[in-house]
Design a protein around this ligand. Structure first.
Ligand code: NAD
Length: 420
């Protein structure tokens, strides 16, 4: 029985198989490289405001320990499964290795729709999750961060629960926490900022001017929201399409992203936004545009729509937005679409999380300019390594990025032996 059986895990497995074949990795080493080192499943009872008890399932998966501790976010979403969490931990590993961070990948999740919980219930669930994880995580073993459905406040509850248990403040146990409790300047914006930086680098390579380009962004949360604002106001692009869970919107002349953000903050979502035309959600990704940023869920670019994408740059803000079948189609369209694969495109979050962890360990904090400069330098190195390798070996960007990541993990495992 495969305890990880799940479409996302199948995606991660198939992507790995392609790279392992390409790198001619010995069959005997493959299971060791792919399968997570440790997995924990917990049951989380929460007392509801009406006095009843709801029971949720929570997970944490640590993929490999070859470089040091593991690192990864915790997702609160109704679609969370153990297999999805495992897939996300594997993608984190290749991402950390590609960007040169001393971490293996990890991920956590709770199968819950956080919008159905009151603030007190959310706090109770968050604290209970961290309480159950205490024997399993630590600033030198596994560092937690935010992902879909969790935020700075949830990280503060995680940190507090862990710290109460230790008897002193342990800010290094989580990243993405508020600056007031040891968070870093620039963490909230890091992933979206990284997306914008890499889009500008891709435009540069393609000799396109950002202010002449259009963009479409799927997802309007932490990643999609910051990316959309950056593409509009920093790069000067016309953002013609936007979406969130409630629906999709289009405006040929450009959407006022700041107005959309104000609206979504006030109403909780874009539902009812009138400054753009509602369109069917499934049409968003195939809108004509220069830059397409999927920044919501996995597996949204499939064999059904990959041939219909009408963008010049696909900037994967989300984790795993493109299925392996769609990837084969995109590989054939390599001269039409410049793919910035997820493990590079959304790496800004974990890079600045790494900076936050380092600052916490040293109790020595940097200002936002230092954080952002170092973020861009780290991304630049990974971007140029990926594009150089892709050009030299005549392979797609995803394959080049994954090959660099997988090779680094393999080299560390070989150097250390069987344990990690
Ligand atoms: P978030 O919870 O802040 O926002 C998610 C957004 O996606 C929301 O606007 C939600 O309404 C929207 N959404 C959900 N389902 C949708 C659907 N079916 N169609 C359109 N929109 C939909 O989450 P986030 O932190 O922005 O994460 C988004 C993606 O980026 C995830 O894949 C996550 O793993 C990845 N990611 C996040 C970070 C980070 O630092 N937050 C870092 C790396 C990768």
């Amino acid at each position: 029985m495969n305890i990880y059986a799940d479409p996302a895990f199948s995606m991660a497995t198939e992507q790995f198989r392609v790279i392992a074949d390409y790198l001619e990795i010995d069959e005997k080493l493959r299971a060791r490289l792919l399968l997570p080192k440790r997995t924990m499943a917990v049951t989380l009872p929460v007392q509801r405001d009406d006095g009843s008890i709801s029971v949720y399932h929570g997970y944490r998966v640590q993929h490999h320990l070859a470089f040091g501790p593991t690192k990864g976010g915790v997702r609160f979403h109704p679609g969370v499964t153990l297999g999805e969490v495992a897939a996300l931990s594997i993608w984190m590993s290749w991402k950390c290795a590609l960007t040169g961070l001393p971490y293996g990948g990890a991920k956590g999740g709770v199968t819950v729709d956080p919008r159905t919980l009151s603030a007190r219930e959310l706090e109770s669930l968050s604290r209970r999750y961290m309480q159950e994880m205490i024997p399993f995580v630590g600033p030198r073993t596994d560092i937690i961060g935010p992902d879909m459905g969790t935020n700075e406040q949830v990280m503060a509850w995680f940190m507090d629960t862990y710290s109460v248990y230790q008897g002193h403040a342990v800010p290094e146990i989580v990243t993405g926490k508020p600056v007031t409790v040891g968070g870093t300047a620039g963490r909230r914006e890091a992933t979206g900022r990284g997306v914008v930086y890499l889009v500008e680098r891709a435009l540069d390579v393609m000799k396109l001017r950002p202010d002449k380009c259009t963009a479409v962004v799927q997802g309007f949360g932490n990643v999609g929201g910051v990316a959309a604002l950056g593409l509009a106001f920093k790069s000067g692009m016309k953002v013609v399409g936007l979406s969130d869970e409630s629906g999709a919107f289009y405006r040929e002349g450009g959407i006022d992203v700041a107005a959309a953000e104000t609206y979504a903050k006030k109403h909780g979502s874009l539902a009812g936004f009138t400054e753009a035309d509602p369109i069917p959600s499934e049409d968003l990704l195939t809108l004509p545009c220069d830059v397409l940023v999927p920044a919501a869920l996995e597996a949204v670019i499939t064999e059904k729509n990959a041939g219909k994408l009408r963008c010049r740059i696909l900037a994967e803000g989300a984790n795993g937005p493109t299925t392996p079948e769609a990837d084969r189609i995109l590989a054939e369209r390599w001269n039409e679409i410049f793919v910035i694969p997820d493990i590079l495109c959304n790496a800004g979050g974990v890079i600045v999380s790494y900076f936050e962890w380092v600052q916490g360990l040293q109790s020595f904090f940097w200002n936002e300019t230092e954080v952002t400069d170092r973020l861009f330098r780290t991304l630049e190195q990974a971007f140029s390594n990926m594009t150089r390798r892709a050009r030299a070996a005549k392979i797609p960007h995803r394959m080049a990025a994954m090959a660099i990541g997988v090779e680094r993990v393999l080299a560390a495992k070989k150097a250390r032996g069987l344990f990690p």
